[in-house]
Design a protein around this ligand. Structure first.
Ligand code: HH2
Length: 270
């Protein structure tokens, strides 16, 4: 999943793709590099970010979304927790709603996702972006996040969204300390064992910076790839990334190691 933020203030690509033509060109490049999905966001959810109105978010996202559903061969997801934005995005042809509040808004949106045949990403977040890093606390972060995601997925199924259209995400960096994030990555298999495809968003994030000592998000590619490798080994199905080509290469290696990369098939045919 390639990240495309149409925001002035996202932590890594803020301000780069405000022009719909530039946003489209970037999405086409990510598709060419091997992205299976492009995720368009109109509000930054980085720690401390202030919320924007649904109207402003639609104003940012709609022109880009209209272009992408016409020009991309891959599906487009929209990164929003606001019902009005999500409904508008579905009307414009978005295939997936990436909801960092895991459909906590309720039934109307869930039912609309179901009737549109769209998919949903249910992400865990403690608190809200403005204050989520103030004092995150858990009894047991892996158990708490697992229980939350399991409940959220069951609720979504109850609203009529088929289980095979649901993706879950532990929400790295969303109301979690460095230690919480690291523990979630180390025990990601527990989230995978819930039985839904797991999406992981670690690309360029502060945990990577802390682990590698790299301050600038743009310099965190190597650390991001290492985190992606750990996540794939644990069974993650989707990576939300800024650097698609590099992650595609890393994922290709991991997939070959997991499946034998054709080794056994050719041995059999000999
Ligand atoms: N992370 C960000 C935004 N949306 N969605 C999911 N499902 N999982 C994530 O980990 C996730 C997400 C934050 O990254 P980014 O979009 O690059 O920055 P910003 O929130 O500043 O726009």
């Amino acid at each position: 999943m390639g990240v495309l933020n149409v925001t002035p203030d996202s932590f890594s690509d803020g301000g780069l793709y405000l022009d719909p033509g530039l946003a489209e060109a970037h999405a086409l490049r990510m598709q060419l590099e091997g992205a299976h999905l492009v995720d368009v966001g109109g509000e930054s959810t980085r720690p401390g970010a202030s919320a924007v109105s649904a109207r402003e978010e639609i104003r940012r996202v709609a022109p880009v979304l209209k272009r992408l559903v016409r020009s991309l061969q891959i599906p487009v997801s929209v990164d929003t927790y606001k019902e009005d934005v999500a409904l508008a995005a579905l009307d414009l042809g978005a295939s997936v709603i990436n909801d960092v509040r895991a459909l906590s808004g309720g039934r109307r949106l869930a039912r609309r996702i179901a009737s549109a045949g769209a998919g949903v990403v249910l992400m865990h977040m403690q608190g809200n972006p403005r204050s989520m890093q103030d004092a995150p606390s858990y009894r047991d972060v892996v158990a708490d996040v697992s229980a939350f995601l399991s409940r959220a997925a069951k609720r979504a199924v109850g609203y009529g969204i088929p289980a095979d259209r649901i993706v879950i995400d532990p929400g790295f960096g969303f109301g979690k300390t460095f230690e919480h994030n690291l523990e979630l990555l180390m025990r990601l298999d527990r989230i995978v064992s819930l039985g839904y495809p797991v999406l992981v968003g670690l690309s360029r994030k502060s945990m990577v910076g802390r682990l590698t000592g790299v301050g600038e998000p743009e310099g965190r590619l190597a650390g991001s790839l290492a985190c992606a490798a750990v996540a794939i080994r644990a069974g993650a199905s989707l990576l939300r990334v800024h650097d698609v080509e590099a992650h595609r290469q890393a994922a290709a290696v991991l997939d070959a190691v997991r499946t034998g990369g054709g080794l056994y098939e050719s041995a059999v045919s000999l």
